[in-house]
Every structure is written in C-alpha cells, then in structure tokens.
Design a protein around this ligand. Sequence first.
Ligand code: F6R
Ligand code: MN
Length: 197
Amino acid sequence: MMTFAKALIENQPTLQWFAGELSGAPVHKSVTNTGQLAGFFQDKVSLAGIDPATVVYRVEWWEPVSPTVEGGLFWGSTIIEPGRVGNEYFMTRGHFHTIRNRAEYYCTVQGNGMLLLMDELRNIKVEIMSPGSLHYIPGGFAHRAVNTGDTALCFWACWPSDAGHDYETVASKGFSARVLSKNGKPVLVPEEAVTEA
Ligand code: F6R
Ligand code: MN
C-alpha cells in the first residue's frame, strides 16, 4: 500500500499572490528592459534618453508539462513597472498565440492598467485592469498589458501549454492603437493619429 508521504507530489509551487512571485518548484523567469523594446515604443528620441537597462517588466511562470503537450495549462505572473517612454506608458510586447484559437485568463492583483485586445483584422478593444479584475482573452486576439498607474501593475495569467507565442506579427505590424498620457490621463490613440497626438 502506498504511504501518504510517498503519495505527496513534489515540486508543487507556492505563489506570493500580491508580490507576483512563484517558489517551491522550478520556474522560468524573464526580464524585459527598454533596450529590448526599441521597436515597440513610438517616441524614439525619448527612448534614446533612457538607460537601455531600465526594467519594464518581469515574468515568472510555471510549466508543469512540456509546451508540446496539448491539454495542459501554464501559470505565471507579470509585473510591469510604472514609467513612460515619452508619453507612452510602459507595456508588454504583446503577442498572438501561435495556435490562434488558444485563449487565456489574466487577473490583476496590484496596480492599474489597460489590457489591449486586437483581432487579426486589427479591431481593438480595451479592458481596464485594477485589483480584482478578471480578463478572458479569447483565441485569435493579440494581447498587451499597459501600466497606466504610478505603481507596479501585477497580474497572473493562465494559458494552454501548447498555445505558443507569435511575437513576429506584433513586432512587424504593431497594435492598431497606443495608450498615451494626455493631461495626465491615459488615452487610447489610434496608430494613425499618434504622430499628431
Ligand atoms: C502568456 C501571456 C503572459 C505574457 C506576459 C509578458 O501567454 O500572455 O504571460 O507572456 O505578460 O508579455 P509578452 O509575452 O507579450 O512579452
Ligand atoms: Mn498570452
């Protein structure tokens, strides 16, 4: 007969919900700085004036199964620092899932922001991120989180293990709108209007 001690699963992670940290299991971590986001922010002059090592966001995530497995789930946090490049708020790169019909949940635990959701026809919609907000990202929508507040924006995400990340489409075509600060308030500005903004 199996003893309880033997039946205990090892490497079960613990999460620090509000700090956005995972521990107790092997987790993946990434840090993205302004130098790596050169093609993403609109104001190149302002970007050139910022130390390229300035951290924009950190991600920690747990992959309990291989990314080749269909039917599994991944779990992770993102912390976006407060800040701007010119009048554009710090944000994630944003991506479509490689397998387009793969959906995702985001839920906010700290801070304030906006979640941009854009379909393949470049139609865009926005959801407000604030502590407790839950966001269902349907398959086929590129998603980008933007920190519009003065403190870190922290959210958790859950996505299918085989979703994959298509960064190329956003890197080459961008989103169809940007979140800019106007008179101290975040405003969604269509890409074609940004230069006049
Ligand atoms: C996973 C997911 C998030 C993001 C994270 C960083 O599918 O959407 O965990 O990966 O918020 O954003 P990106 O990946 O766009 O740099
Ligand atoms: Mn995703």
